[in-house]
Design a protein. Sequence first.
Length: 117
Amino acid sequence: MRFKVDENLPNEVARLLAEAGHDASTVLEEGIGGAPDEEIAWRCLDEERALITLDVGFADIRLYPPEKYLGLVVLRLERQDKGHVLHVISRMLGALDIEDLRGRLWIVDEKRIRIRE
């Protein structure tokens, strides 16, 4: 699967995704750090990439209908330190083996993954 990692996440998230066999690019690598959410969303559509972000604005299905995207993953974490984020992403990777992300919004927290189509 192809992912775009938002600028609010550590670069190591892209490494974890790549180690799991996914194609991952980061917003910062592409030089679009600080771009409006709409531009990030458009890039994901254009490049056919799922987005992983801490930005809860992407959980608004009126603005970002999941069926339009390859997938949207919004992390809703109690802590956002690098180690904790990487731990949650590692756990989420296992779910990608059994659940389809395409056309869905995943809200990921420490205990569960809520899936909205």
